[in-house]
Every structure is written in structure tokens, then in C-alpha cells.
Ligand binder design. Structure first.
Ligand code: NDP
Length: 312
């Protein structure tokens, strides 16, 4: 069945649901495809303490349920399915879903987010939210006076390590080469911080301890010699990059070299008129729930105004 909508929103993180709330209240009757991880990255974190309006903090999954309920309250049609194919070459745009539906839409808001990259270790997945994290700003607070490890040698790893020193008693960076990829200034900041140690040419190859239900240690393997050692650890932070979930739009939407969608500066408009991008799929810099929500709001307002202009 083919349905034409004023606005179709892809993604169900803070950007997508905020876009839905604003679009619905502007009578754009939005449809939102929630994707294969409804609620987005916040559903794999525990307490969220930096989102304004929750003085006592809130659990990530609970907060995203509240976002969803608020979007549904204004009659957003929420479908728990993925977009599998898009055609932005003509309007209305066409989106096919995993559920076999084809949706036509006059405007499209892309808020498909980004995914933190992980090492791919079995125990790393099992201990996510129990000492394994990919967001120091979100979870650093829970490591007061603990010894945490940060994997990566880029700007994010340096920034996360520096941030973690506010809470942890000791931070050890694990860098797989003899040098870091990070900018010199960020490297200097970590190298001159007494609370930060750097282990060069090392890799985290296992995480303990699933039986205890929280991180208690790591296995490290030397990049060249293959020599292994076990170390005690209270936390493991991955900072080996994020991947924006934008593969569907490759070759159609302008992106930077790492796949983040480019928008008009200060706006959410992409290079295709009527297509807007909000949240982490277009932001590698802030990557916060509150900034994602802000750009979701912007996208809905821009979609509304764009439709009004088309109507003339
Ligand atoms: P980067 O891709 O720049 O760095 C990733 C780091 O992780 C590299 O050190 C890389 O090692 C390492 N790495 C990748 N895969 C593995 C693996 N499997 N095991 C171990 N280590 C691994 O990502 P960032 O997130 O750091 O930065 C992304 C972009 O955002 C950059 O352009 C950065 O400059 C920018 N940024 C800027 C900031 C600022 O200006 N304040 C703050 C944060 C980010 P290797 O070098 O060996 O490949």
C-alpha cells in the first residue's frame, strides 16, 4: 500500500522524537520509523544525569519511552521498522521499509543517529552499562575514585580521558600504535596530566568479569610481540570512533569524508530541498541528547516552513 505523508521521520532517538513532537503539533501528521534500536543510543546507557528537567536523573530507556509517549500523544504514527531503501530523486520522496511498506513523503527528516564503534569482544557486549561504556560524558560520574581504561588514540580518546580524570582516580589510555592520531594539543593535555598513563602498542583483547556482572579487569595484548597480560580495571571506555548511520543516503546526500551528513551551517537543510538532517547523523562534535533534541526541533520547524513555501 502506498501512502503519501507530509513528513516522514527516520530514527527514534532524541532528534527523531523531538522532530515528531514539533511536526505533529504543526499538523504535519508525521510518521516515524523507529528503526532496529528503538530509542537509539540512550537505550544502552543507564542513568542520564545531564538532560535538563530531570533533577534526580533518569534511566536512558525510561527517558526514551517518555519521548515516545510524548510523540504518540500528538498522534505521530510510530512504526517499529527500518527504512531499507530511499529514493530522493523526485518528490514526493519514497521510502521502503523492512516491513514491506512503501511510504511517500513530501519532506523527510533524517535522524538515524550514529553508533559508537566497539572492539567486537563477547564480554564487552555483555558488560555494556556494567563498566563498559562508549560515552565518558554520560557515564564518567559513576567511576568516582576508580581506575578506568580508555581505548583509542584520537581526539575523542584524549578528550574522554581528560574528562574522566574529574571523577576517576586513575585513567590509563590504551593506544594500539607507538603514536596517537590526536591533535598535538590534545596529546599534550593528556601527557601532562598526572592522573593519565598511556600504554603504547597495546590492545584490549578481553574484558573480565561476566560472572561478577561488572568490569574487574582486562586482558592486554602487545601489538607487535603478542605478549599478553591481565590488569585490574573498574571501567573500560571505548573511544575508537563513531559511525554515522547514513549508508542509505550515500551518493545522494552530501556528506563529509566519514559519512556525517552535511547541512547548511546553522540549519538542518541538506543538499536535497525538503530533506533535513538532525542529531548525531549530522553532528560529530557535540553528540549529546540535548543537542540532538534541539536539532530535531529545528528540522521540524524547517520542514513546516519549507512546505508552506511550496504551497506558495
Ligand atoms: P579517530 O578516527 O580520529 O580516532 C580513532 C582512534 O581509535 C585512533 O587512535 C585509532 O587508532 C583508534 N582505533 C580505531 N579502531 C581501533 C581498534 N579496533 N582498536 C584500538 N584502537 C582503535 O576518531 P575520534 O572519535 O577520536 O575523532 C573523530 C573526529 O572528531 C576527528 O576528526 C577528530 O579530530 C574530531 N574530534 C575533535 C575534537 C575536538 O576538536 N575537540 C574532539 C573529538 C573529536 P589508529 O590511529 O591506529 O587508527
Amino acid at each position: 500500500m502506498t501512502t503519501t505523508r507530509k513528513t516522514l521521520i527516520l530514527g527514534s532517538g532524541p532528534a527523531g522524537y523531538t522532530a515528531a513532537i514539533y511536526a505533529a503539533r504543526a499538523n504535519l501528521e508525521p510518521v516515524l520509523l523507529a528503526g532496529n534500536q528503538p530509542g537509539g543510543q540512550l537505550t544502552i546507557t543507564t542513568d542520564v544525569e545531564n538532560y535538563p528537567g530531570f533533577p534526580n536523573g533518569i534511566m536512558g530507556p525510561e527517558m526514551m519511552q517518555m519521548f515516545r509517549d510524548q510523540a504518540a500523544r500528538f498522534d505521530t504514527v510510530i512504526k517499529d521498522t527500518m527504512a531499507t531503501k530511499v529514493d530522493l530523486s523526485q518528490r514526493p520522496f519514497t521510502v521502503e521499509t523492512e516491513a514491506g511498506e512503501t511510504i511517500r513523503a513530501e519532506t523527510l527528516i533524517i535522524s538515524t543517529g550514529a553508533s559508537a564503534m566497539y572492539l567486537g569482544l563477547d564480554n564487552e557486549t555483555k558488560l555494556q552499562g556494567r563498566g563498559v561504556s562508549a560515552c565518558a560524558t554520560c557515564d564518567g560520574f559513576f567511576f568516582k575514585n576508580k581506575h578506568v581504561y580508555v581505548v583509542g588514540g584520537g581526539d575523542t580518546a584524549c578528550e574522554e580521558a581528560t574528562y574522566l580524570t574529574k571523577h576517576a582516580s586513575k585513567v590509563t589510555m590504551v593506544v594500539r600504535r607507538r603514536e596517537m592520531r590526536a591533535s598535538k594539543i590534545m596529546q599534550q593535555r593528556v601527557l601532562s596530566n598526572d592522573k593519565i598513563d598511556v600504554l603504547w602498542e597495546q590492545n584490549v583483547t578481553d574484558v573480565f568479569d561476566v560472572e561478577q556482572g561488572r568490569v574487574t579487569g582486562l586482558e592486554l595484548t602487545h601489538s607487535k610481540t603478542g605478549e599478553k597480560q591481565q590488569v585490574a580495571a573498574d571501567g573500560l571506555f571505548l573511544a575508537i570512533g563513531h559511525k554515522p548511520n547514513t549508508d542509505l543516503f550515500k551518493g545522494v546526500l552530501d556528506m563529509d569524508e566519514t559519512g556525517y551528513i552535511k547541512t547548511v551551517p546553522g540549519r538542518t537543510q541538506t543538499n536535497v530541498p525538503g530533506v533535513f538532517a538532525a542529531g548525531d547523523c549530522q553532528d560529530h562534535y557535540y553528540r549529546q541528547a540535548v543537542t540532538a533534541a534541539g536539532t530535531g526541533c529545528m528540522a521540524a520547524i524547517e520542514a513546516e516552513r519549507w512546505l508552506a513555501e511550496q504551497a506558495g
